[in-house]
Design a binder for this molecule. Structure first.
Ligand SMILES: [Zn+2]
Length: 247
């Protein structure tokens, strides 16, 4: 008798589980569209910014149908992974977001979604196999900057471009300049944050030039540095030295 009761309760338990599993939409198991839709939706963030940062760092590795040994996009991990994956605390994300908002507000920068700089950056992002970073234009400067650690916030990163840069750099040198900033973006490990004033050390600059040259070809990077030299009437020793290192 005791055994019978036991079996009955197991049976009920199974029925209960089965009933539970079937709540929700009716029988989506074989519906391909349902699952395509399900997995293409952004994950619901339950545990806050840390979880969101985790998802942003996930890379999709593809395998062909019958071959699980060789991914068809082996570069996905190598080229997109942040070199030293950092666990970003919610405190870090909040501080960084606030700092970025303040910086963008102060410079009066506005995000652009079309135009010469956007088109060039889109082409560069493709060459780097990355999403197009957010690009902001601010008035009265021929300079550009990548906002340190901005890649950690949204997975795309933010590049600031002075309005004058669009006037004084032609398309090919603009490509070299943006390609240099993009090199900072892809090698950013978020060791420095948005409000850390970073005087780029010469090696870091040379590395960024080299990475840009490898990714885009040498010509745009040369054109960029030559243009900087011309604009400063040959007085920019940093550009001169970097140009020599590129040879
Ligand atoms: Zn730089």
């Amino acid at each position: 008798m005791i055994q019978r009761i036991f079996l009955l309760s197991v049976l009920l338990l199974l029925v209960g589980t089965a009933a539970f599993a079937q709540t929700g939409s009716a029988e989506p198991k074989n519906d391909i569209h349902y699952w395509v839709n399900q997995w293409s939706r952004p994950p619901i963030i339950v545990f806050g910014p840390d979880e969101e940062a985790f998802y942003q760092n996930i890379k999709i590795v593809l395998f062909s149908y019958d071959d699980y040994d060789e991914p068809s996009n082996p570069s996905a991990l190598a080229s997109k992974e942040i070199a030293n994956p950092t666990v970003f605390t919610s405190q870090f994300i909040h501080a960084q977001t606030a700092c970025e908002a303040e910086m963008l507000g102060k410079t009066g920068a506005r995000e652009i979604f079309s135009g010469k700089a956007y088109d060039v950056l889109a082409e560069i992002a493709r060459a780097y196999d990355r999403a197009i970073p957010h690009i902001y234009i601010f008035a009265g400067s021929p300079n550009m900057a990548y906002i340190a650690a901005s890649i950690a916030v949204d997975g795309r990163g933010k590049i600031l471009v002075g309005q004058q840069a669009l006037e004084v750099f032609d398309t090919i040198s603009l490509k070299g300049f943006l390609g240099h900033e993009m090199a900072h973006l892809v090698s950013d490990t978020a060791a420095q944050q948005c409000n850390d004033y970073v005087l780029r050390d010469p090696q870091m600059e040379a590395d960024a030039d080299a990475l840009a040259a490898r990714t885009l070809g040498k010509r745009p990077v040369e054109a960029f540095l030559e243009r900087v030299l011309a604009l400063t009437e040959g007085q920019n020793w940093d550009a001169r030295r970097r140009l020599e290192m590129l040879q």
